[in-house]
Ligand binder design. Structure first.
Ligand code: ATP
Length: 243
């Protein structure tokens, strides 16, 4: 597949937004292209989840422009959400159903039913071990639940993925495995935006790291060279913002 990396899938330009008269995001400019991973870091309350809410259409900007694959999520939230997969910090699944049944049912709810073969392929591509496909998800770890959610995103073939704190609570091995999965999605052309407090993990996988401070993107740093990011320097500079 050829990826048109010039195409912006997630766009926020000059966005001002907030809740009940309280402005949270101030002139936010954030763009994620196809085949790109952007990590958004910032202190508690900086506006990271609010940014995700904008793309999900839960919040309308009072100024500026928000687009998901060219669609305004505030005006056409259903159409915009069809282009997105959202993976919250704790993935909610039907506990009494198996991994395979969850994906089948959630695809059905999304109006995109898929054949059993396609579901198994997605679960496999998401890194879930085959013996777990038929197990009830009630006993699944956070990492396994994320794989089920990623499988759903793969089966839906969405152009954009939003992740909220994906690696919090994952051990280093599960974090590395999850980041490899994100890199595989990037290679397929998915535009990925994740909000996180995990600078190390962001530096491992992101193409750009944005630092949000009181609703403003203070700076964006792009990966460069073999080391990608100077994590120690970033930590020194943004420790107060990113920690
Ligand atoms: P954290 O790292 O703690 O998740 P965050 O950067 O994701 O923080 P947001 O959740 O976007 O921050 O919150 C930004 C600000 O907006 C905070 O001051 C918060 O109290 C406020 N806020 C969030 N959701 C609402 C809401 N539904 N109604 C009113 N205020 C809200």
């Amino acid at each position: 597949m050829t990826i048109d990396t010039s195409s912006t899938v997630l766009e926020a330009s000059g966005v001002v937004a907030g809740y009940a008269g309280k402005t949270i995001l101030q002139q936010l400019d954030l763009h994620v292209r196809a085949g790109e991973i952007v990590a958004l870091l910032g202190a508690n309350g900086a506006g990271k989840t609010t940014t995700l809410n904008l793309f999900l259409g839960f919040l309308a900007p009072s100024a500026g422009l928000v687009r998901v694959a060219g669609i305004d999520p505030a005006r056409q939230s259903d159409a915009a959400r069809r282009k997105l997969a959202y993976i919250p910090e704790n993935v909610a699944l039907y506990e009494h159903l198996s991994a395979r049944e969850n994906v089948a049912y959630l695809l059905h709810l999304a109006g995109q039913p898929a054949a059993a073969g396609a579901i198994d392929q997605a679960l496999g591509a998401a890194g879930l071990a085959a013996p777990a496909f038929d197990r009830r998800v009630a006993g699944f770890s956070k990492g396994m639940r994320q794989k089920v959610a990623i499988a759903l995103a793969l089966a839906r073939k969405v152009p954009a993925l939003l992740l909220d704190e994906p690696t919090s609570g994952l051990d280093p091995q599960a974090t590395a495995e999850f980041n490899r999965l994100l890199a595989a999605l990037r290679a397929q052309g998915v535009a990925i935006l994740m909000v996180t407090h995990d600078l190390l993990s962001a530096a491992d996988v992101a193409d750009r790291i944005g630092f949000l401070d009181a609703g403003r993107l203070r700076e964006e740093v792009a990966a460069a060279g073999a080391e990608r990011f100077d994590v120690r320097a970033l930590h020194r500079r943004y420790g107060g913002v990113a920690a």
